[in-house]
Write a protein that binds this ligand. Structure first.
Ligand SMILES: [Zn+2]
Length: 53
């Protein structure tokens, strides 16, 4: 099951939620940090990681 866990971590790693409207976007975290990603729905640039614990 460790393999599955790793795969899921990788999936969620690239998954971000728009802080404004909650839209899910799957991108390279590097691009988020570089500010290259805009939310498709509201055009905002604020994102957070999918899972925050
Ligand atoms: Zn949005």
């Amino acid at each position: 099951m460790a393999k599955l866990q790793a795969a899921q971590n990788r999936l969620y790693k690239n998954l971000f939620l728009c802080k404004n409207c909650g839209a899910k976007i799957k991108v390279d975290p590097k691009k988020i940090l570089e500010g290259k990603i805009k939310c498709r729905r509201c055009k905002k640039k604020k994102f957070r990681a999918h899972k925050k614990k």
